[in-house]
Design a protein around this ligand. Sequence first.
Ligand code: MG
Length: 339
Amino acid sequence: MKIRHFKVTPFSIPFVEPLQTSGMTYSHREGVWIQMKWDNFTGVGEASPLPGFSTETLKEVHYALEGFHQAINGEDLDSEELFLLIEIHSQNTPSVRFALETAIYDILAKEEELPLAKYLNTNAKSEIAVNGLAGMHQPGEGFTVMKVKVGFRNLFDEIENMENLTKSFGEDIQFRLDCNGAFDLPKAIRFCKEMEKFNIDYIEQPLPADNLEDLAELTYHTEIQIAVDESLTDFQSAEKIIDEQAAHVFVIKPMVSGGFTECKKIIMLARTENIRTVITSSLETAIGRTACLHLALTNEITEACGLATGELLNEGKPTQPIHGGKIAISGGYGLGIDL
Ligand SMILES: [Mg+2]
């Protein structure tokens, strides 16, 4: 395989409305798209570290991509050598690993005339259930699970918010409450107690990312399942969370955890421990979101995934349609979309 074209395109795309979590307000999504060519096939990928979740900076992304480009420039490499070079050049930049793996698989799947997910797993389905977002998606759109950002209202307002959501969506809809690390242990215990009367699927990252000990303690104080998101950054952190028995659910962000190879390792580990796995976007653009979709399908994820985030960004093109609470791949070969 001789890559004859390697292009990095920086982007900065505004959110439709500034996005608030308990710790951050996002106005723009920044990152790079990469594009490489082999024979007549073009592969694309996205590297966009998410502030507050990712550990690498955009500058480090550029350096890593430059290093990779130097390494492959003019070389004739088989895919094994390419993946080895990806690993070497993305040691501390998981977003780069995700982007490069996506682009190479995009090319390999196109060569085989298969959608990317089918190329990696012949059993992969072509659509997946996704959760809706409270505040954006409405009752009757087919979602069975809704995600609610919490942890920035006072407790009475949180309760009222949940009462209103339950009234409008109905008792059968489950809610995932994402706290983005807002609480300490006593507050988390109190919050969970108040939430137990609602139909809660799980509570996500109630405590700060590094506080696994208290997270494990919290599991003894509530019936609600605990999910980790910010705490889960790579395979090692997954092992640590399991050692501490701190979570029932892994929320895996491929942009943060490092792409197809690393996420598969985390998912396999979780399955041996009966931990539920959910794939979510990192608020990427269409390229990154579609890669997350293929990754979730490749790994036959059965949970509703957090991939319905396209409407948050002002990309100036239509987002993947959601039908009956599900998102499907386009049916084209490879990733199914281009820059
Ligand atoms: Mg989260």
